[in-house]
Design a protein around this ligand. Sequence first.
Ligand SMILES: CCCCCCCCCCCCCCCCCCCC(=O)SCCNC(=O)CCNC(=O)[C@H](O)C(C)(C)COP(=O)(O)OP(=O)(O)OC[C@H]1O[C@@H](n2cnc3c(N)ncnc32)[C@H](O)[C@@H]1OP(=O)(O)O
Ligand SMILES: Nc1ncnc2c1ncn2[C@@H]1O[C@H](COP(=O)(O)OP(=O)(O)OP(=O)(O)O)[C@@H](O)[C@H]1O
Ligand SMILES: O=C(O)CCC(=O)C(=O)O
Ligand SMILES: [Fe+2]
Ligand SMILES: [Mg+2]
Length: 258
Amino acid sequence: MVDEFEHICTRKANVPGLVVMKDVTIAKSEFVEGEKAVTKLQDFQEDPELFRYCTLPQILKYVECFTGPNIMAMHTMLINKPPDTGKKTSRHPMHQDLHYFPFRPADRIVCSWTAMEKVHRENGCLVVLPGSHRGTLQEHDYPEWEGGVNKMYHGVRNYDPGHPRVHLEMEKGDTVFFHPLLIHGSGMNQTEGFRKAISCHYASSDCYYIDVKGTTQENIGNEVKELASRKYGVDDTVSFQDTWALRGRLVKGDRTSL
Ligand SMILES: CCCCCCCCCCCCCCCCCCCC(=O)SCCNC(=O)CCNC(=O)[C@H](O)C(C)(C)COP(=O)(O)OP(=O)(O)OC[C@H]1O[C@@H](n2cnc3c(N)ncnc32)[C@H](O)[C@@H]1OP(=O)(O)O
Ligand SMILES: Nc1ncnc2c1ncn2[C@@H]1O[C@H](COP(=O)(O)OP(=O)(O)OP(=O)(O)O)[C@@H](O)[C@H]1O
Ligand SMILES: O=C(O)CCC(=O)C(=O)O
Ligand SMILES: [Fe+2]
Ligand SMILES: [Mg+2]
């Protein structure tokens, strides 16, 4: 999967639907090429080698405990957290993944996140607020960071900075499974290396779509629709829900609703 990532970065592989994201400060600097420029691959569901991750039985065995037998891979990501450029933009603000999802119930959604190398505090491991998955979905927006913020990196507006935190230091191949309401983020990468992880958000295909109009999710819904229109030229008849239905892939059981 590391090799496939390199093929994509050096344009030896061209994958339909894939979104290649650069760190905001790297995108604005000159002469950065290939994999050193890429912060994140989003939506690799059409890449057979990377998508193999989402179908691994040793992952699905645990996923099924949360989703039940009808399992959809709704969102796929390979994160290549770059060495921080000095602007602290390699941080990922504290957030709840449910903010991005117009489907419910939350308890039938789960993220698997696998370290592709050793992750620790220095290279920006995941940081979680234990117990926060028992709360509700919070309002999210761009944090007010001096050095800039990456596109769509929304953070929880008001979270208690005194809440206990756990740093998830992991060995290569270790996987965490977490609830979409769990407040989490990741720190700055203070090493010279790129910290790689691969992840998939799964949901029961029995989940249902919700309308986010008038909710705290309206802001991200509008951003995703703008991106879909800019990237694929689709008009307003393609809804936020549709962008998820088009990307989701069944990995086990029947596609009943999503
Ligand atoms: C048919 C319908 C199909 C549906 C498709 C819909 C696609 C949606 C994909 C995204 C969904 C996200 C949902 C995530 C949910 C899961 C939870 C995970 C939490 C997250 O990880 S959220 C963060 C994810 N963020 C993204 O994925 C951002 C998506 N990427 C982009 O929007 C573009 O890659 C980006 C960043 C705008 C770059 O566009 P691009 O056109 O490729 O780049 P250019 O080099 O031409 O630059 C244009 C302009 O943007 C500036 N730029 C570059 N990188 C960034 C950045 N990281 N942040 C902010 N700004 C950036 C660049 O400097 C240029 O600016 P100018 O001022 O010079 O014009
Ligand atoms: N959808 C989910 N995705 C991932 N992890 C989940 C999900 N639902 C529950 N968990 C995790 O499974 C464990 C057991 O879940 P449970 O609902 O019993 O929560 P709990 O944290 O034990 O809270 P409670 O005190 O209410 O039992 C918890 O550690 C929780 O973080
Ligand atoms: O890998 C990370 O740094 C965290 C990514 C994350 O939480 C996300 O993209 O939703
Ligand atoms: Fe997240
Ligand atoms: Mg319990």
